[in-house]
Design a protein around this ligand. Sequence first.
Ligand code: RIB
Length: 296
Amino acid sequence: MKILNYGSLNIDLVYSVEHFVRTGETIASTSLRRFAGGKGLNQSVALGRAKANVYHGGKVGPDGQFLVELLREACVDTTHLAQNGTATGTAVIQVDPAGQNCIIIHGGANQENTREELDRMLAPFSRGDLLLLQNEVNDLPYIIRAAKTKGMQVALNPSPISSTLRDLPGELVDLWILNEVEGYELTGKQEPRNILATLGQKYPEAQIVLTLGAEGSICLDGGEMYHQPIFPVEPVDTTAAGDTFTGYYLASIARGESIPQALRTASMAASIAVTRPGAAPSIPGYEEVLAALKTR
Ligand code: RIB
């Protein structure tokens, strides 16, 4: 299975702070670092490091060449990455001493993909291949419909949540990977099993994976429910934990692992990622994840 990830590429500016800045307040950070990021890029890096057959489609500006090179180093095909004159997407990220974060993004080049480019991106893919999407690039409804017309499967990580997601043809999504906040926004339900039940009723054919932070993850597929606890660690920076989970989960499913196996592999990869600073640089390689799994 070939996986096309149409997704964002960001330059992450990561500020370490004692607490998240409050209304009207100015605070000094204890460090400022610049990392490769973007939910799309992070998920492609995770897929590549997990040895999936992954292609990344999207757009950077003239300042984003290092992001393209990082994808190539992670064995991601970048043939469908375009460049234009608009600055690359940016994220301003605060990280507190507990490793929690809050993020502001500016889309930049991520929001300038044309329909002609999306059609070219999809051209080499066919029935049985998978299109992966997050919510940091433009024209998701168009590419979902075009991919389904070709017989592709569609996986959606509806993150970050926004009102534009209401316009999505959710009935065409085969696999949802989302967290509790996104689940609440989409269903109005807070309790994880109610989120799954509501989404499951609305999209009975879809597989739904819900990540629950310290409570692990659960998956609903064909009426069956699966639960995977986390592997507890001391978090340094939780940025990209969800992206690492998504990339490793899909790579495991693509390689034919069962849902419980894929949840376990993804959970271990994410638990390693949160022990390191930054987004893309924190994502572990496949051998490291396998070695860690053998110890548990
Ligand atoms: O999921 C983490 C990512 O969200 C960061 O890398 C940042 O760029 C934002 O897109």
